[in-house]
Design a protein around this ligand. Structure first.
Ligand SMILES: [Cu+2]
Length: 143
C-alpha cells in the first residue's frame, strides 16, 4: 500500500529574507567607523632604523588610526585586511606623501616610504565610500 504523496509546501520566502539581509549586512560591514576614538601608536624602531607599524583595515576604520613617525626616516607600514568580503586600501594623497596600496580580502601588504617633513598627513581608504564612513587616519610626522 502506498501513501499518497505529501503535498509540498513551499517555504515562505519571507523566512529567508531576514537572515539573508542580516548576513549581507554583516558581510558588507554595515558598521561605521565614524565617531571611533583615536587609537595612536608610535612606530617602533627596528635594528635597521626603519620605523614600523601595523595597521588593521576594518570596515570601516583603521586600527590604529594615528601613527607617529619621524621626519626623514624610512617608514614601513604593514597593512592587514582581515575581511572575508570587503577589499580595502590605504592612500596618502598629499604633494609631500603620495601613495596608494590596495589590500585584498584576507591579505597583507607592506609599504615603505620616507617620512616627509613634520606635520600631519591624512590617509584614507579610496574604495567606494569607505572614507566617508570613517575609514581615515593620520600619520603624524615629528621632527
Ligand atoms: Cu576600505
Amino acid at each position: 500500500m502506498t501513501r499518497p504523496p505529501t503535498p509540498r509546501v513551499p517555504r515562505p520566502a519571507a523566512a529567508l529574507i531576514v537572515p539573508c539581509v542580516a548576513l549581507l549586512a554583516v558581510c558588507l560591514g554595515c558598521s561605521s567607523g565614524l565617531g571611533r576614538p583615536i587609537r595612536s601608536v608610535d612606530a617602533a624602531f627596528g635594528d635597521d632604523s626603519v620605523e614600523r607599524a601595523r595597521i588593521e583595515l576594518h570596515s570601516y576604520y583603521f586600527e590604529p588610526n594615528r601613527v607617529v613617525v619621524h621626519a626623514g626616516r624610512t617608514v614601513e607600514l604593514t597593512l592587514h585586511n582581515g575581511s572575508l568580503l570587503v577589499p580595502h586600501n590605504l592612500t596618502f594623497a598629499d604633494s609631500a606623501l603620495s601613495l596608494s596600496q590596495s589590500v585584498g580580502r584576507k591579505r597583507t601588504h607592506r609599504v615603505r616610504f620616507t617620512a616627509p617633513s613634520p606635520g600631519e598627513y591624512e590617509f584614507f581608504c579610496h574604495v567606494g565610500s569607505h572614507a566617508k564612513k570613517g575609514m581615515k587616519g593620520v600619520l603624524v610626522v615629528l621632527p
